[in-house]
Design a protein around this ligand. Structure first.
Ligand SMILES: Nc1ncnc2c1ncn2[C@@H]1O[C@H](COP(=O)(O)OP(=O)(O)OP(=O)(O)O)[C@@H](O)[C@H]1O
Ligand SMILES: [Mg+2]
Length: 321
């Protein structure tokens, strides 16, 4: 493995996550690429949070939703609670639940001929992450929240509009309502509704969020990210990103291949190493493996015209180096 590739493996986390008790602390690492495009989005999100709103990053896969949500949360310099949307989630997975009963027995033998026993059964409530976050004023990062069923997320409605978490009456302390800490803020991410395993979020929740719609990063940002992750020269990263973006432009829907393809090609070519990481035949072979859409794998003969097109795209961009 080349030195360059070793560095690429080490520098793979854009945001460092440090667990501490029920929370995590986030810090953007030196691998986080902060171009003017990224900075403008992060500043906008921070402004909305400062004013008191919840922010929602929406967009197709690979548009940087999770990374931006973590980066913005890191900028708030508050403890962070991370939750990942899940089809199996119920409200109790977010706020907590009754974890059984606690039985206590009092034996009173004050008058030695009389034995009095008293038993008390108390429910034991265990707070879950959302309750803890509301209590301690964390930044909640709820990644892919629309993978959870909408009814599981209903509990968020009163948190975001009335600053009150409405807990089931079973909760032992307090009267079932928890006042949300003034520093509590929420950052959501979601994938497009047409994706498998994703639910349509309820209008009432969407109405309480400010949604920043993300598209693919601009070319300069994608090049900087691919170059940084692969530890490649900017000119080499530019060739790879040029190929990937042209493939994206001609692929129906324009959502694939994502930035992950640019990163993968950069990392693999960097790993192969040498003084000229984009030399043939590696460039073509790796691009074809990464860029050939899995869903339309077909026989060699059917693929010929599209592969020829990909060859031309690769040659065109490599020729510009
Ligand atoms: N600003 C950045 N600096 C460095 N790397 C980044 C940056 N933004 C995104 N990336 C990288 O790009 C890739 C895609 O980003 P991310 O996972 O945040 O996208 P996403 O929109 O959440 O995708 P998905 O919908 O599939 O979850 C990741 O490998 C991530 O590390
Ligand atoms: Mg994500």
């Amino acid at each position: 493995m080349s030195d360059r590739a070793g560095a690429a493996v080490e520098r793979s986390m854009a945001v460092r996550i440090e667990p501490q008790d029920d929370h995590v602390w986030l810090e953007s690492s030196e691998d986080f690429v902060n171009t003017p495009y990224v900075q403008e989005i992060a500043n906008r999100a921070l402004t909305y949070l400062d004013v008191g709103y919840a922010v929602h990053f929406a967009g197709p896969p690979g548009t940087g939703k999770t990374t931006l949500a973590l980066h913005v949360a890191a900028l708030r310099r508050r403890p962070v609670t991370l939750v990942h949307g899940d089809e199996e989630f119920g409200t109790s997975d977010l706020v907590g639940n009754d974890a059984g009963y606690k039985k206590s027995t009092l034996v009173d033998n004050f008058i030695h001929t009389v034995l009095k026993t008293e038993e008390e059964m108390k429910t034991m409530w265990v707070d879950n992450r959302l309750t803890t976050a509301c209590r301690t004023g964390d930044t909640l990062v709820y990644d892919e929240f629309n993978r959870s069923r909408p009814e599981a997320n209903n509990v968020l409605l009163s948190i975001l509009s009335e600053n009150v978490l409405n807990l089931p009456r079973l909760r032992v302390s307090g009267d079932g309502y928890l006042e949300v800490h003034p520093d509590f803020r929420a950052i959501f991410t979601s994938n497009p509704e047409e994706y498998a395993g994703v639910h349509k979020a309820q209008d009432a929740l969407m109405d309480r969020l400010i949604t920043i719609h993300l598209d693919d990063y601009d070319q300069a940002t994608e090049t900087a990210i691919a170059g940084s992750k692969g530890c490649l020269e900017p000119a080499d990263a530019a060739v790879i990103v040029g190929i990937v973006r042209e493939m994206r432009a001609i692929t129906p829907g324009n959502a694939w291949p994502t930035i992950r393809a640019s990163i993968a090609i950069a990392k693999v070519l960097s790993h192969i190493g040498g003084r000229s990481p984009l030399a043939e035949p590696h460039l073509s072979r790796v691009c074809k493996d990464v860029l050939w859409p899995g869903t339309v794998r077909s026989r060699q003969t059917d693929r010929a015209p599209a592969l020829q097109q990909l060859d031309e795209i690769i040659a065109k961009h490599a020729g510009r180096r």
